[in-house]
Design a protein around this ligand. Sequence first.
Ligand SMILES: Nc1nc2c(c(=O)[nH]1)N[C@H]1C(S)=C(S)[C@@H](COP(=O)(O)O)O[C@H]1N2
Ligand SMILES: [Mo]
Length: 314
Amino acid sequence: MYRKYFLPKIKESEVTSKDLFENRREWLKMMGALGVGSTIAPATLWAAASRKLGPLEKSLYSTTEEATAFKDVTRYNNFYEFGTGKEDPVKFADSLKTDGWKISVGGEVAKPTVFDMDQLLKKFPLEERIYRLRCVEAWSMVIPWVGFPLHKLIQAVEPTGSAKYVEFVTLHDPEQMPGQRSPILEWPYREGLRLDEALHPLTILSVGIFGEVLPNQNGAPIRLVVPWKYGFKSAKSIVQINLTETQPKTAWNLANSREYGFYSNVNPAVNHPRWSQRKERRIGEFRKRETLPFNGYGEWVASLYSGMDLEKFF
Ligand SMILES: Nc1nc2c(c(=O)[nH]1)N[C@H]1C(S)=C(S)[C@@H](COP(=O)(O)O)O[C@H]1N2
Ligand SMILES: [Mo]
């Protein structure tokens, strides 16, 4: 059904940061010591509240670029539920309780289902995907995500013929997410994709980074990652996924439709009304890099938009 999308295969030592490489070796050592084979279910580990996730399948879709430092990936975040400053999430996201998390998948599907994290991880094997993330604010990172393709989950609930879009909804609980007491955005945070974008093999649900479960500030326990779109499309701490017939409303488009469109494909040719999108700064570097169309994933995703005017559908 899908076209096959192959990226060049690369050696692990070239693509992982040293830390990650060491972590994995430690992990393997530990597994050996426990006498556990590689068939252990990740779910067992989730239940045991271990931070390490594994074993991870290698993905052909990873970039060869060096990962951004773990401390930057976990200390420089956007998560308005915990404040608008980049360092607010790392300071305040402790109040988010991820125990017993459930995610309900429904709408235009034959089998609406509520999954807990154990059920999800038992059903969908985890992979490591090293992807670029490009924020609309013109900074970028390279992050070794751990997750599984969203299309597997969508297919499991059997979309009806009327399903054309997918909506993602973040937890709404001002007790745990104090940022929701201010009307900076219309809460809960929502995002949406066209069904074909959601089914694309590059689109994943992520439960970890650097081989470990997601820190709260990065969207624990489960978040979306859509590497060819601006970072804000990748909704964090998701509790609900709905298949819909009509285009879902999205938090940033509701806040300012002139600045943030539904598609939000990374596009150096279409400026944000208040700044250029031609260049970006990789966190941890000083020089600016050229921003690539579709964040460099055009070879695999440009065909989704053939015939569309991307200045109009920004
Ligand atoms: N629920 C929710 N999801 C969100 C956001 C947010 O404020 N709330 N910020 C988005 C933005 S603007 C970006 S750039 C990415 C940042 O992801 P990271 O902090 O894990 O790198 O998360 C996106 N997902
Ligand atoms: Mo962003």
